[in-house]
Design a protein around this ligand. Structure first.
Ligand SMILES: [Fe+2]
Ligand SMILES: [Fe+2]
Length: 476
């Protein structure tokens, strides 16, 4: 575990404990008739009873519901666990105030895996604190807005606002931990994992309010809502399954394209990884990172329509063959166009061979006319192609040689800003970078392969950093 993650978890746990204790003291000193020992008597298992045993039985009831609701969490694609346990916690703080909500969250968030010792202590602490603090804050906001009112609409509105605060804090705390642990960006985890569930989660807030309302009829009446809670959980699961299936299908399609040529196996997968790393350095949005992931996998899907005689040719391509080869971005975009979910990836696929100076294809776009994500993918594609073995270049370029080429053709073939961002990624960490030197240096002869590439590209008037201009090299 990293030092920053340790610090964060320690801070989160300390703040949560402090918030729960402080709120207990403040509410315990309340003298209004509604509160007994800091807990609102509405949570009592027997309507109207203020006996401590009835209050604790009420808290026990909501804790049990939380335990059951949390027993079947759904693992989201980026690694967060989502469950429907927020509903009974919200109901608990709506009925019993922030202290009751905090206690229900503290005990109710216990997992079987914890009891079996499968989660390290810091994971356990973080999971509990990630629910206790939001429950206390959500409960406090609900209380403040409610201000002692018994009006139903006031209770409803205050519960919903408290639930929103609970949801935002819980999502934020959880996403930050997953992001720090996995090295993904916070926005990517928060938006990636929760954008498919927030509508369902928002629906849990009124459901929690309804459960709290029914509780005054009898504790058993709240159990009627176990079914909607279960169906919500099923909906989460379906969402994750569908998304996984989609990602796996795209991966399989990319693999099928790469497998046609033994020299390009894993090309799309590697291009995806490099493109995402550049995207992170350029601080693109979470949805753009996702587009880079899927666009990276699918950028060469149009090669399905390129005949083997052209795709696998190791000699120089004829003019006609080159035209067939260069049609793959347009073909790829046509293949993907009917998939509405992949609309953001279309410009990446169509324009990943455009050159910064306008001499690329298919539309000869110049500079910023080329979509940003396509400019990112172009650099990733070129670096991967140069550093991988090809039939026309059995010895791949080293990372340093490939970086030299990228620097050399920044502003010509590549967007210089993207190349600068690429230099900061782990792919070229510790590699000497000509772009950092003040004096331009004569680039040494870098082996037959690079020499061939430069010669071939020079014949077009513009040298190429990717293998794209050499004889049959546009197989990148
Ligand atoms: Fe391509
Ligand atoms: Fe490629």
């Amino acid at each position: 575990m990293s030092r920053s993650l340790k610090l964060y978890i320690t801070g989160l746990v300390s703040v949560s404990v402090f918030a729960l204790i402080l709120t207990s003291f403040v509410f315990a000193s309340r003298t209004d008739s509604d509160f007994v020992a800091g807990i609102r008597s509405s949570i009592s298992i027997v309507e109207g009873s203020k006996a401590p045993i009835d209050l604790w039985l009420g808290i026990g009831f909501w804790t049990l519901l939380t335990l059951f609701a949390g027993a079947l969490p759904v693992k989201m694609p980026r690694g967060s666990l989502v469950s429907v346990s927020m509903a009974p916690i919200i109901a608990a703080f709506s009925l019993g105030g922030p202290v009751a909500g905090g206690i229900v969250a503290l005990v109710g968030s216990t997992e079987v895996r914890e009891l079996r010792g499968r989660i390290p202590w810091y994971g356990t602490a973080a999971n509990h604190a990630g629910l206790v603090l939001p429950a206390v804050v959500g409960g406090l906001i609900t209380e403040l807005l409610r201000g002692g009112s018994q009006e139903e609409w006031v209770v409803f509105v205050s519960t919903i606002v408290g639930a929103a605060a609970f949801y935002l804090l819980n999502t934020g705390a959880t996403s930050l931990i997953v992001a720090m642990r996995s090295g993904q960006s916070f926005a990517l985890v928060a938006l990636g994992d929760f954008q498919g569930t927030y509508v369902n989660s928002l629906a849990l807030a009124p459901l929690a309010w309804l459960m709290a309302q029914m509780y005054s009829v009898g504790w058993w009446a709240s159990l009627l809502f176990a079914l909607p809670l279960y169906t919500t959980r099923v909906a989460y699961n379906r969402f994750v399954e569908m998304r996984d299936m989609f990602t796996q299908t795209i991966g399989a399609l990319a693999e099928a394209v790469d497998k046609r040529d033994p020299f390009t196996s894993k090309h799309s997968q590697n291009v995806k990884l490099i493109a995402v790393d550049i995207g992170r350095e350029m601080r693109v949005s979470a949805s753009e990172l996702e587009a880079l992931e899927w666009g990276g996998l699918l950028h060469d899907v149009g090669k399905i329509g390129v005949p083997d005689s052209v795709l696998l040719k190791s000699d120089r391509l004829t003019r006609e063959e080159r035209m067939q080869m260069n049609a793959h971005p347009v073909l790829g975009a046509q293949i993907i166009a009917p998939v509405t979910k992949l609309a953001p990836e279309l410009p990446i696929i169509r324009h990943h061979h455009e050159w910064y100076n306008g001499s690329g294809y298919p539309d000869r776009l110049i500079g910023d006319e080329i979509p940003k994500l396509a400019r990112i993918l172009h650099v990733a594609d070129a670096f991967e192609a140069m550093t991988a073995q090809r039939p026309y270049r059995m010895t791949p370029l080293t990372a340093e040689q490939a970086l030299n080429e990228l620097r050399k053709f920044a502003g010509i073939q590549f967007d210089p800003v993207v190349v600068d961002a690429f230099v900061r990624t782990p792919w070229v960490q510790g590699v000497s970078d000509p772009g950092r030197r003040e004096e331009p240096r004569q680039i040494p002869l870098i082996g037959q392969a690079a020499n061939r590439m430069t010669q071939a590209t020079a014949s077009r008037g513009i040298a190429s950093g990717s293998a794209s201009s050499s004889a049959s090299a546009d197989q990148a």
